[in-house]
Design a protein around this ligand. Sequence first.
Ligand code: ZN
Length: 125
Amino acid sequence: MNGEVGLEEWLDAVALGDGYYHRCSSGHSTLPPGDRCPECGSGLERRPLPSRGELRSYTVSNVSTPEYDDQTPLGIGIATFGSVDVTARLPAVESGRLETGTTVRLSVEERRSDGSRIPVFRLDR
Ligand SMILES: [Zn+2]
C-alpha cells in the first residue's frame, strides 16, 4: 500500500463517520497514511477516532493563492481527538467566531477547484 491509497481509505472512513487513527504497541498515536509508527517503527493497530475533538490552535489567512480563491479566508486548525492531533481546514464562514477549546467534528469536503478531498472541521454546536 502506498501513502496515497492509505490517505484515500482514511478519507472514505472519515466521510462515513467512521474515522480511525493508528496506535503502536508503545502507545504512540498517529494518523494514516503509514503502516509503521513514525516514532519507533512498530506495527500499528487501528483504533476508532473519537467523534469530537478540541480545537488547540488555528490560523486564518485572508490572502490566498489562485487555487484557494473560493476558500478565502482560509482557516487551518489543529484539534486533539483523544490521543491524536488532527490538522484540517476550518470553515471560512466560521472564522470570525473561532476560539481555542471549541469542540469540533471531523468531516471531508471536496475542493471545488480540483475535486480533491480534504479533511475539514465542523464546529459542534
Ligand atoms: Zn511507536
